[in-house]
Design a binder for this molecule. Structure first.
Ligand code: PLP
Length: 368
């Protein structure tokens, strides 16, 4: 057979990140059934590990089958019904995606916009809550992967609570890279993805829901519009009932269990420090090369750096050379900055000093 082998890359784009070798090993574990007591025991452990990483005691903490977008859809279809009102903060492509997903539920979406590269102003969220009665939920993206901006959460969480609205947060790129203090920030629903700072392949969306969110779920007038993502059923598989809902993606669950174990073994504080040190080193190195960073300096993510492509430099040419000559993947721009910025991820296992030096060296050679 003339099989084409997949080459080994260094993944420094906006995700997926390099998978931890121990996670890949865990994925070679023989299958057991999705109702096998050993597997159910491992699920319990995964829930407990997720609570630690999300910094919450929420009983309803689990992993939805599917990528980060499945987590996003889960949150909106369970929180909203036709006629509900939701305020969404938008400062990049994933805020835009939230609007699309939320509006498909039949809810009225009130958009609070900020320029790309900046954060959403919490004061404007408060204004939107003041001027629209009975807002059911407020949603923002914590780490906007399209721009590299970290959205502060606490103030928005307080406003949401003051107005009796649920606080919904996208932590796809933040979980495991910077603190996601679910309880402290008053978050009612938070979802992530396995392929960013958790260093596992794409395929699951860890998520957590507050008791307040569960109460709102009980008060729904209609069934959740998606059968697959209906938390009233999915929680009966993750909970004591252990009712079959759909076949769990067992191998991915092994991966998540292992990835969370590695993260907690390193320690949350050490993990955040590693991301911060490597991220700041990369940003300083890029600036030392004369490149300009895109995201607002006051709100830059350490794990995802966006940088303007210098005048006269062709986006795809540089990215192709990085890929084919150095085996390094970085990301291009999305939406309004497509072709104008590069996005460099130091996510999870990819956040290593040697990767910072490797990328800076390679980029310098190419741009010379
Ligand atoms: N939200 C954010 C902030 C993201 O960065 C992504 C993916 O990059 C998503 C949602 C969607 O996740 P996925 O591509 O895993 O479906």
């Amino acid at each position: 057979m003339n099989e084409k082998r997949i080459p080994q890359r260094i993944l420094l784009g906006p995700g997926p990140s390099d998978c931890h070798p121990e996670v890949l090993k865990a994925m070679a574990t023989p299958l057991v059934g999705h109702l096998d007591p050993v597997f159910l025991e491992q699920m319990n452990e995964t829930m407990q590990r997720l609570r630690q990483v999300f910094q919450t005691r929420n009983p309803l903490t689990l992993a939805m089958s599917g990528t980060g977008s499945a987590g996003m859809e889960t949150v909106f279809v369970n929180a909203l019904e036709p006629g509900d009102r939701v305020v969404i903060g938008i400062c990049g492509a994933f805020g835009e995606r939230m609007v699309d997903v939320a509006s498909r539920t039949g809810a009225e979406v009130i958009q609070v916009r900020a320029p790309w590269g900046k954060i959403v102003d919490p004061g404007q969220i408060q204004e939107a809550l003041k001027s629209h009665p009975r807002v059911k939920a407020v949603a923002v993206v914590h780490a906007e992967t399209s721009t590299g901006v970290l959205q502060p959460l606490e103030e928005i969480g307080r406003f949401a609570q003051n107005y009796g609205a649920l606080f919904l947060v996208d932590a796809v790129t933040s979980l495991g890279g910077v603190p996601v203090p679910v309880e402290e920030a008053g978050i009612d629903a938070c979802y992530s993805g396995t392929q960013k700072c958790l260093s596992a392949p794409p395929g699951l969306s860890p998520a957590t829901f507050s008791p307040r969110f569960e109460e709102a779920l009980e008060r729904r007038k209609r069934k959740v519009q998606s059968w697959y993502l209906d938390l009233t059923m999915v929680r009966q598989y993750w909970g004591m009932e252990r009712f079959y809902h759909h076949t769990a993606p067992i191998t991915m669950m092994y991966a998540l269990h292992e990835a969370l174990g590695l993260l907690l073994e390193e320690g949350l504080d050490s993990v955040f420090r590693r991301h911060l040190v490597n991220g700041r080193a990369l940003q300083a190195g890029l600036e030392a090369m004369g490149l300009k960073l895109y995201a607002d300096e006051r709100h830059r993510l350490p794990q995802l750096t966006s940088v303007w492509i210098p005048d006269g430099v062709e986006d795809t040419l540089v990215r192709n050379r990085l890929l084919h000559e150095y085996g390094i993947e970085i990301g291009g721009g999305l939406g309004e900055v497509k072709g104008r910025v590069w996005r460099i991820g130091l996510l999870g296992h990819s956040s290593r000093r040697r990767n910072v030096l490797l990328l800076l060296g390679a980029l310098e050679q190419i741009l010379r």
